[in-house]
Design a protein around this ligand. Structure first.
Ligand code: AGP
Length: 618
C-alpha cells in the first residue's frame, strides 16, 4: 500500500503534505514525492528512498504553493527509483496524479495511450492514469477536469485511490476511490481542506473527517468539499469527529512505534474492555455487533477470515468461542477463502479480523460472504475503515492508532474482543456455567493490571535486551505451542521474522516428533510457550526432548515455575492467568524478544524491508 496526502488552503501545501507523509510512512517507504501548484505552474519534487531523501531535496530545491499532493510509495509495478516515484505528470506538466492501489488493465491502457502519442517515462501502472485523464481532458472543446477524471475512472480496472491537481484548475483538488484501495480520508479545516490515506496524517490539523466510499469522488476547495458518485449524483457523507489525541500517533519517549505500542497494551486492553462489561450483573454487552440474543442463539457456524497476525488471533478465537459458546468455528486465510468456493448454510456468521480494516484479501472475503447474504461482522481497529463500514456489525479493538508495521496491541485487543464475543455468545446460548462466567469476567477485569506489571518488570529488568545479545545472531528459530497457545507460537515466529529477518517457524508442539525435531541442535533455539494449563505436562516433556538434543530452550513460563526455570536456558516470565486468556499475556514476551533482537541487529523496526502496514493490493 502507499500513502497519499493532499491540501488546499491558506498554508504552504508542501509543508502540510510532507508532514502528513511522515505520519503515513509506515504505509510504504521506498520512494516519495510532492507536487504543488503556484504561480510557476505545477512544480514536482520526487526522490527514491525514504521520506528523508525527499526532505533533503526540498531543502536544496524548495517548492511552495497553496495547493498540493504528495505520496509515499510501496512499489507494485517498477523498482523503487526516482522515475517511478509519484506524483506522475501529464506530458505538458499540466496535471499530476498520485495513486494508492493497482490498475489491473494498465498494459492495454498503456498501449492505447501510446497509440495516441503519449510517451511513458516510468514503469508504473499509475502513469496511465494521468495520461488517461489528460487525454479525456483534451478530447473535445471543453476542458472539464471533473468530467475527465470521471471518464478516466470508468476505464480503470482494479482498486485505486487517486488524487489529481490541474494547472488550469487552481482552486480544486480532486480525489476518487475505486474499490478497496485503502482509506481515503477527507479533513475539514477553516478555509482549508485536506486529503490523506489515514487519520494520523490529518490529526494535527483537524478532527472533522469524512471517509470516502467505493466509487465516490470528492472535490476539495478552500470553501469545503463536494462529494459525488461516479454518475455525477451528489452524495451525503457524514463528517466524523475523531476523538484520538494527536500524540496517539506519535512515538513520544519511545525509540520506535512498535516499542510504544507494546508498552501501551495495558491501556489499550483497558479501552477494549471499557463499557462492554456490566460488572454488577456479570454480563457482556456488544451493541455495535448488531447480533440479537435470538440470532446468537440460532447460530450454527462461525467462519473467521483474516490475514497475518489477525489470522493467528482468529485461531485463538476458535478455541475461545468453541469452548465457551459450543459453536463450530472455522478459521480461514482471507487470501484463500474466496478461491475455495465456500459453502454457506442457514444461520451462519462470517467474522473478519483486521487492524487496518483495509486489507484487500479480507475485504474480498467479506464481500464473498455478503454476496451470499451471510451476517458479517468485523473485529477492527481503524475507525471509519472499509471493513467497519461494509459489515453488518463491528467490535472495535479501541487500541488507538497502530503505526508499527509489526502488529502488537491490535493482536492482544483482538484476543480480548474475541473473549468478549465468546462470553456474549455463551450468554445467549446458555453454554457457560455461572462459575466459568464469573471467573472469566473477573480475570478480564484484572487483565490490564497483569499486563501492566508484566511490561513494567520487563522494562526494568532489561531481560529481553540480554536475550537478544545471547541469541540475536542465530539464523533460525523454532516456536512451539499447544492448545490455545499454539497460535501464539505462530505469532511469535511471525514477529521475529518480519522485523529481524531471521527465519522462524511456529509449530504445534505435538508435531515435533513427526519431523521438525530433526532440526534441533545447539545452533537452533526453540521458544516454547508453556504456562501451567491443561497441556503443561506435554510442554514440559517437549522441553526435555529439545534439551536432550542439545537445543537451547527459551520458555514462556509462569514467573514462579521453578521446574522450567531449572531446565530451560532462559525464562520469558508471565503471570498466571485463566487458560482461555493466557494468549494475551503469553504473546507479550515474544513481542519483546522480537523487538530487542531486531534492535540488536540494527534492523528497521517500524519499517521493515518489503513490508507495509496494510496490504491493500493482492
Ligand atoms: C503482522 O505483524 C503484519 N503486519 C501483518 O501480518 C498483518 O497482521 C496483516 O497484514 C493483516 O493486517 P490487518 O489486521 O490490518 O488486516
Amino acid at each position: 500500500m502507499c500513502g497519499i496526502v493532499g491540501y488546499i488552503g491558506h498554508r504552504d501545501a508542501a509543508v502540510i503534505v510532507v508532514d502528513g507523509l511522515r505520519r503515513l510512512e509506515y504505509r510504504g517507504y521506498d520512494s516519495a514525492g510532492v507536487a504543488v501548484l503556484n504561480g510557476h505552474g505545477i512544480e514536482v519534487r520526487r526522490e527514491a528512498g525514504k521520506l528523508a531523501q525527499l526532505e533533503s531535496l526540498l531543502v536544496q530545491s524548495p517548492i511552495g504553493g497553496p495547493l498540493g499532493i504528495g505520496h509515499t510509495r510501496w512499489a507494485t509495478h517498477g523498482p523503487p527509483v526516482q522515475r517511478n516515484a509519484h506524483p506522475h505528470s501529464s506530458p505538458d506538466a499540466q496535471m499530476v496524479v498520485v495513486q494508492n492501489g493497482i490498475v489491473e488493465n494498465f498494459q492495454p491502457l498503456r498501449r492505447l495511450l501510446q497509440d495516441r502519442g503519449y510517451v511513458f517515462h516510468s514503469d508504473t501502472d499509475t502513469e496511465v492514469i494521468v495520461h488517461l485523464i489528460h487525454s479525456h481532458y483534451h478530447n473535445g472543446s471543453e476542458r472539464d477536469l471533473i468530467h475527465a477524471v470521471r471518464a478516466a475512472a470508468a476505464e480503470l480496472e482494479g482498486p485505486s485511490a487517486i488524487g489529481v491537481i490541474c494547472q488550469d484548475d487552481p482552486e480544486r483538488l480532486v480525489v476518487v476511490r475505486l474499490g478497496n484501495a485503502g482509506g481515503v480520508v477527507i479533513g475539514h479545516g477553516e478555509g482549508e481542506t485536506f486529503l490523506a490515506s489515514d487519520i494520523p496524517a490529518l490529526l494535527p490539523y483537524t478532527r472533522r473527517m469524512q471517509f470516502l466510499e467505493n466509487r465516490q469522488m470528492a472535490i476539495l476547495s478552500r470553501d469545503g468539499v463536494e462529494i459525488f458518485d461516479l454518475d455525477g449524483n451528489a452524495c451525503d457523507l457524514p463528517v466524523t469527529e475523531i476523538s484520538w489525541d494527536a500524540d496517539a500517533a506519535e512515538k513520544g519517549e519511545y525509540a520506535h512505534f512498535m516499542q510504544k505500542e507494546i508498552f501501551e497494551q495495558a491501556e489499550s486492553i483497558q479501552r477494549t474492555l471499557a463499557h462492554r462489561i456490566d460488572f454488577d450483573h456479570y454480563r457482556v454487552d456488544l451493541p455495535e455487533l448488531n447480533l440479537s440474543v435470538d440470532a446468537a442463539r440460532a447460530l450454527r457456524k462461525l467462519t473467521i477470515v483474516a490475514c497475518g497476525t489477525s489470522y493467528y488471533a482468529g485461531l485463538v478465537g476458535k478455541f475461545l468461542i468453541e469452548h465457551l459458546a459450543r459453536l463450530p468455528v472455522e478459521v480461514d486465510y482471507a487470501s484463500e477463502y474466496r478461491y475455495r468456493s465456500p459453502v454457506f448454510g442457514q444461520d451462519e456468521m462470517v467474522l473478519a479480523i483486521t487492524q487496518s480494516g483495509e486489507t484487500v484479501d479480507t475485504l474480498a472475503a467479506i464481500e464473498e460472504a455478503r454476496d451470499f447474504g451471510v451476517f458479517t461482522a468485523a473485529i477492527v481497529n481503524a475507525v471509519g475503515s472499509q471493513a467497519a463500514r461494509v459489515c453488518d456489525g463491528v467490535i472495535y479493538m479501541h487500541a488507538g492508532p497502530e503505526i508499527g508495521v509489526a502488529s502488537t496491541k491490535a493482536f492482544t485487543t483482538s484476543l480480548v474482543d474475541m473473549a468478549l464475543l465468546g462470553i456474549y455468545l455463551a450468554q445467549a446460548r446458555g453454554t457457560m456455567t455461572a462459575e466459568t462466567h464469573h471467573a472469566l469476567i473477573d480475570e478480564l477485569a484484572h487483565l490490564p493490571g497483569l499486563v501492566a506489571r508484566l511490561l513494567a518488570d520487563a522494562r526494568q529488568s532489561g531481560h529481553y535486551a540480554d536475550l537478544a545479545a545471547r541469541y540475536g545472531e542465530r539464523h533460525n528459530f523454532l516456536y512451539l505451542g499447544r492448545g490455545i497457545n499454539y497460535p501464539v507460537a505462530l505469532e511469535g515466529a511471525l514477529k521475529l521474522k518480519e522485523i529481524s529477518y531471521i527465519h522462524a517457524e511456529g509449530y504445534p508442539a505435538g508435531e515435533m516428533k513427526h519431523g521438525p525435531i530433526a532440526l534441533i541442535d545447539e545452533r537452533m533455539p526453540t521458544v516454547v510457550v508453556a504456562p501451567r494449563n491443561s497441556v503443561y505436562d506435554k510442554m514440559v516433556s517437549q522441553i526435555e526432548q529439545v534439551k536432550a538434543r542439545n537445543g537451547a530452550v527459551l520458555a514462556v513460563a509462569e514467573e514462579d515455575d521453578a521446574y522450567i526455570r531449572a531446565v530451560a536456558d532462559a525464562i520469558l516470565p508471565i503471570p498466571p492467568v485463566h487458560e482461555l486468556l493466557s494468549p494475551v499475556v503469553a504473546v507479550i514476551p515474544l513481542q519483546l524478544l522480537a523487538y530487542e533482537v531486531a534492535v540488536h541487529r540494527g534492523a528497521d523496526v517500524d519499517q521493515p524491508r518489503n513490508l507495509a502496514k496494510s496490504v491493500t493490493v493482492e
